[in-house]
Design a protein around this ligand. Structure first.
Ligand code: B1M
Length: 218
């Protein structure tokens, strides 16, 4: 096995094991060895998180393992991205997504997992955080011109804000500019249809499939 193959394999393992220190250490070695940083991002960081996702789907890992892998991935991403830019390349995104947890709701964990997996799958993600009022979603659409807007809600009460936010986006004349996807434990596909969203996903991996489908990405 070449040095390159060895380091990429170890980087992926460190992601799967949810070990951010090891990820950072190996990412630095990859840069020192002159290995293509884009290849390291795709074949190790992204591949590691997706492998954990498959394991979770098969019941071989817990959601906490997925979170740990995503955090480990995040530890290596900035320095490898910097290196890509330094080499004159650019990080090519599949699309731009704005996400937030709706107003009145401070639950952050599921929304952040969805945001991280979108990022890991190649999307540029702008995370507006939690307790995001409808008007802030509207302003974010004007500012960032995203392909997709994602709204998370964990409370039966805050679900109504998803509806209100879609109304605000319509009122601002921006509804045709974006696809809107929603999620969160109390929400359903039927709710998404009822409030006029373009899609719903039960979990973070479903959310990746959903946005790829909406943007016609194979
Ligand atoms: Co809260 N809480 N909480 N809470 N909390 C729930 C949601 C609750 C079900 C607990 C219960 O009563 N059994 C209940 C809601 C009841 C209801 O309305 N149906 C509840 C309540 C009532 C509250 C408070 C009102 C409690 C109080 O103060 N009286 C309060 C709310 C404050 C507010 O928001 N204004 C509150 C506060 C909190 C903490 C701060 C203590 C903490 C949040 C910490 C944080 O996020 N930083 C907390 C937690 C941790 C929970 C539970 C235990 C876990 C939620 C979670 O993180 N799940 C939760 C009970 C439970 O679910 N067992 C509960 C793990 C996460 C990975 O899953 O968020 O579902 P989830 O995300 C999934 C999917 O839903 C999906 O993908 C994710 C990953 O697979 N998904 C999307 C999520 N967003 C998506 C978006 C998409 C697509 C998919 O597209 C855009």
């Amino acid at each position: 096995m070449s040095v390159k193959e060895e380091l990429i394999k170890r980087l992926k393992e460190a992601v799967v094991n949810g070990d951010p220190e090891e990820v950072l250490k190996i990412a630095k070695k990859i840069i020192e060895a002159g290995i293509d940083p884009l290849e390291a991002v795709e074949k190790a960081l992204v591949a590691g998180v997706l492998e954990l996702g498959d394991m979770w789907t098969r019941g071989e890992a817990f959601i906490a393992d997925v979170v740990a892998a995503a955090d480990a991935m995040k530890a290596g991403l900035p320095i490898l991205k910097n290196e890509i830019v330094k080499k004159g390349g650019s990080v090519k995104y599949l699309g731009r997504i704005v996400i937030g947890t709706v107003e009145g709701d401070i639950h952050d964990i599921g929304k952040s997992i969805v945001a991280t997996l979108w990022e890991a799958s190649g999307f540029e993600v702008i995370d507006l955080g939690v307790d995001v009022p409808p008007q802030k979603f509207v302003e974010a659409i004007k500012q960032y011109n995203p392909d997709i807007v994602g709204m998370s809600a964990l409370l039966t009460t805050s679900m109504l804000k998803q509806k209100e936010t879609i109304e605000a986006i319509k009122q601002a004349g921006l509804r045709d500019k974006v696809k809107i996807v929603i999620g969160g434990a109390p929400t359903t596909e039927e709710w998404a249809r009822e409030i006029g969203a373009d899609g719903w996903a039960p979990d973070a991996f479903g959310a990746v499939e959903l946005v790829k489908k909406l943007l016609n990405i194979k």
